[in-house]
Design a protein around this ligand. Structure first.
Ligand SMILES: [Zn+2]
Ligand SMILES: [Zn+2]
Length: 429
């Protein structure tokens, strides 16, 4: 792939946009074996023609960074994506998918596989402590997970697919809402407007702690299965001097917590890896004359596969039932924020491996999955697909840190990997 592909006349974006891409693209091609791509080596960008009010991909990303929106509230982000995509004539835009989600659809002239690429759009309730020029304009909300970058990568990919269309098959770009609260993927799939059954689905997440631009991948699960569980214990209040006349949940809660933590097995390279994290607990009231009659335990459970998660959750619920029955306590349970493991499909990983080898993309195999949940897992449970990572820089602030800021330098390489994945899938399938 040469940089000239970005310089075709009639580009929908500006000359400076193409210069930006060309610059980084040259870095990517010429210096791909160097660990860090350095944006500072690019000449200054000059706008000669504006599109969507932006002169470069970095400006698009900065706009999203300045206008972060929480899960299920991404209306402005969604409108901006549609505004930019509307300038690309070769795609069909489908709006309001699973909330504020968007599907951009490219259909070629010949039949072939359908490939879906997913990016996420939501931000987090975190106060930004970094000081970029384009700092969040919404106090207490920021793009601390890089979804501003993921959105921009899909916009760049849309432009590339317009300039270099695929010869057969079709491509869907899913701009997914509400990833952070685990609702988005489910909402998209539940939406009757989401009519597609893609042959392959791919997504990436930027990864602080890895060299900038390096692809991180693995066979099997890429991220953990995660679920949050609430145990609600209903007993009976009584005088604090006569707890025997009520049903105080304190002892049952203590027993339950110890029993739950017996399942904790934080050994990442073992198949029965399980992390049980107590996150919140309440009991009784600040009334010292009353023996408590109610309590709650909230915890998260993480495993490497969805199957193990289901088994472990059932075990914990069974433990809780037995203990509550012993103390005559009424138990109610609730599960929420269920993130399915991103269980990478073997065929999808083979396609990714071919792309990495053919294009000499620096890459590294992750020995075990990441402990965080990512709701793209729901797609990999339903379709053949894979999630992989792209390094954000070894010393980059961690995801969800208040000083985190997505590195613009990895937009071109991420775009190119997605594009090559699409081409390779069409070639092979
Ligand atoms: Zn996140
Ligand atoms: Zn994220």
């Amino acid at each position: 792939m040469g940089s000239e592909i970005w310089l075709e006349s009639g580009s929908l974006f500006t000359t400076s946009y193409t210069r930006f891409i060309q610059c980084h693209y040259e870095f990517m091609i010429a210096d791909f074996l160097i660990p860090e791509l350095n944006v500072l080596n690019c000449p200054p960008m000059k706008t000669t023609r504006e599109t969507g009010g932006f002169s470069a991909l970095s400006e698009i990303r900065h706009w999203f960074h300045q206008h972060p929106e929480l899960s299920q509230q991404e209306s402005t982000t969604s409108a901006k994506v549609v505004e930019i995509l509307s300038e690309i004539p070769s795609l069909q835009i489908h709006r309001n998918i699973g909330g504020h989600g968007i599907v951009a659809e490219f259909i070629s002239k010949s039949p072939g596989p359908q490939i879906m690429i997913r990016g996420d759009m939501d931000a987090l309730p975190i106060h930004e402590t970094g000081t970029p020029d384009y700092k969040s304009k919404t106090d207490g909300v920021m793009h601390a997970c890089g979804h501003d970058g993921h959105t921009t990568i899909l916009i760049a990919l849309a432009q590339k697919l317009h300039e270099q269309p695929v010869e057969s098959g079709s491509v869907l770009l899913l701009f997914q809402p509400s990833e952070e609260n685990g609702h988005g993927a489910q909402a998209v799939l539940n939406d009757e407007k989401f009519i597609w059954k893609s042959d392959f689905v791919f997504a990436l997440h930027n990864l602080p702690g890895y060299e900038r631009g390096k692809v991180v991948w693995r066979n099997g699960s890429f991220t953990a299965s995660v679920i949050s569980v609430i145990f609600k214990l209903k007993g009976k209040t009584s005088h604090a001097g006569e707890p025997e006349n009520g049903i105080n949940p304190g002892r049952a809660m203590a027993e339950m917590m110890l029993k739950f933590l017996e399942h904790h097995h934080d050994v990442p390279d073992s198949e029965d890896f399980a992390v049980i994290t107590p996150v919140y607990q309440i009991m009784g009231d600040h009334s010292y004359g009353i023996s408590a009659g109610y309590g709650e335990i909230h915890l998260t459970i993480r495993t490497w596969t969805e199957n193990t998660l289901q088994q472990l959750t059932r075990s914990l619920l069974e433990d809780a039932k037995v203990i509550c029955a012993k103390y005559d306590i009424k138990l109610e349970t609730e599960t929420l924020q269920h993130f399915r493991a991103n269980e990478n499909n073997e065929e999808a990983i083979e396609i990714l491996k071919s792309v990495l080898t053919k294009n000499s993309f620096p890459n590294e195999i992750r020995p075990y999955p990441f402990k965080w949940g990512e709701d793209f897992g729901l797609f990999t449970q339903k379709f053949k697909g894979a999630m992989f990572g792209v390094g954000s820089g070894k010393n980059h602030p961690a995801l969800h840190n208040p000083d985190y800021d997505f590195p613009d330098e990895i937009i071109p390489v991420s775009t190119e990997i997605f594009y090559q994945l699409i081409k390779q899938t069409i070639r092979e399938k």
